[in-house]
Design a protein around this ligand. Structure first.
Ligand SMILES: [Zn+2]
Length: 216
């Protein structure tokens, strides 16, 4: 597997310092599961950032989340719960199944033609801001902008937009300047893990029709 798109240095540093919220932590951890280079960077940041970590006194949930996320990466394969989750999401990397195993996943819910989403229950982030987004091959995802940032890690399949191709393990970091329309590659479903800060705003007619039903 070739990972082409990585988190920014700032995001990796925040992950290592335990200052990301749990949703973003989870998305970065999903990238780390597929990217030895960034795993090395995080271990170095952790080793050199001990004093800074103490000074920052991150919230308990962040520290717990980090420990849990890293423990999931190091965990031996084939935990019973992970196996059950893996069955529900075909094609998921074992490391990603382990990462999601501690979380309750809601039912798939229809968003639009070919697109559905599924909430990831992160206790520190109520309101469905961490979710799985699934789109069938060939689908153009709803055109949208947001008031905050959006962190996406591809779990299965691939999509493309003007910045390139995003396959399993690739991270797409979008801020509120970005307004793009990803198109899913034909051939297989694309499932992404998405953490969002701020509010999603769907554009266009489809967006206006769907907005009342998509409370993200
Ligand atoms: Zn990386």
């Amino acid at each position: 597997m070739t990972v082409a798109h990585h988190p920014t240095e700032a995001t990796l540093a925040a992950f290592a310092a335990g200052t990301l919220d749990e949703g973003r932590m989870l998305v970065v951890a999903a990238h780390l599961a597929a990217c030895p280079d960034c795993r090395r960077s995080v271990r170095m940041l952790e080793a050199t950032g001990g004093v800074m970590l103490d000074d920052l006194a991150p919230a308990d949930f962040a520290a717990d989340g980090l420990v849990r996320a890293m423990a999931q990466l190091d965990a031996p394969p084939a935990a019973p719960v992970a196996a059950r989750r893996a069955e529900t999401i075909p094609g998921l990397m074992p490391a990603h199944a382990r990462l999601l195993a501690p979380y309750d996943l809601g039912p798939w819910r229809w968003v639009g033609p070919g697109v559905s989403w599924r909430m990831v229950d992160a206790p520190t982030l109520p309101g469905g801001r961490v979710f799985l987004l699934k789109a069938t091959g060939g689908t153009a995802l709803p055109d949208h902008t947001h008031t905050g940032t959006e962190l996406t890690c591809v779990l299965t399949g691939a999509f493309r937009h003007e910045h390139g191709r995003y396959g399993p393990g690739d991270i797409d970091e979008a801020d509120d300047e970005v307004d793009h329309t990803p198109v899913v590659e034909a051939g297989s479903d694309c499932i992404c893990l998405v953490a969002m800060q701020g509010r999603l705003k769907l554009n266009g007619l489809l967006g206006r029709v769907l907005q009342p039903f998509v409370r993200l």
